[in-house]
Design a protein around this ligand. Structure first.
Ligand code: ZN
Length: 167
């Protein structure tokens, strides 16, 4: 069992943590009172004004020495056509052969320089698993982490940021 010591409170935590947003960053930019009318949001897809299309995926970062990857739950925008393809195979168990699709990251992750609109590829996965999001291999620190992996200490640091936000 993967376990690590929280860097803030020194408690041990078991299991690989995951953090993410329930909607694209773009969604949060729509005034709250207009979202009901302009946005269609569910657990895996979001459409704004019937012309901005988003899907939820997993931006996975390998952890040195561990089997499980750390995962950021993130949203990316797709073109109208690719979103239609995504929806068409949404309930199909075998779909990993479709795509990948280009997507702009619609997420602002803490602990990094701005991550909004980083370029990604969206890889569909079989058996209902959320797509995995591959960042363009730039020198952005998030892309470097996805490429090179992170230490258990870095996982603990991210965990502490979310679990002890007042500190
Ligand atoms: Zn803690």
């Amino acid at each position: 069992m993967f376990r690590f010591k929280c860097t803030s409170c020194d408690e041990w935590h078991e299991g690989m943590p995951t953090f993410g947003a329930n909607a694209p960053l773009y969604f949060y930019g729509i005034p709250a009172e207009e979202r009901g009318e302009r946005c269609a949001l569910d657990s895996d897809t979001c459409v704004v004004d019937q012309e901005n299309f988003f899907v939820r995926g997993c931006l996975e970062i390998p952890v040195h020495g561990e089997t499980d990857a750390f995962s950021w739950g993130v949203w990316v925008s797709l073109s109208r056509d690719h979103f239609a393809e995504f929806k068409a195979c949404y309930d199909t168990p075998k779909r990993s052969h479709i795509g990948p699709f280009f997507g702009w990251l619609s997420a602002e992750l803490p602990l990094y320089p701005s991550t909004e609109n980083l370029k990604t590829l969206v890889h569909l996965r079989d058996d209902g698993i959320r797509p995995c999001i591959e960042l363009e291999p730039t020198d952005h620190p998030l892309a470097v982490e996805q490429r090179n992996g992170i230490s258990v200490d870095r996982v603990a640091e991210i965990y502490a940021f979310f679990m002890h936000p007042q500190q």
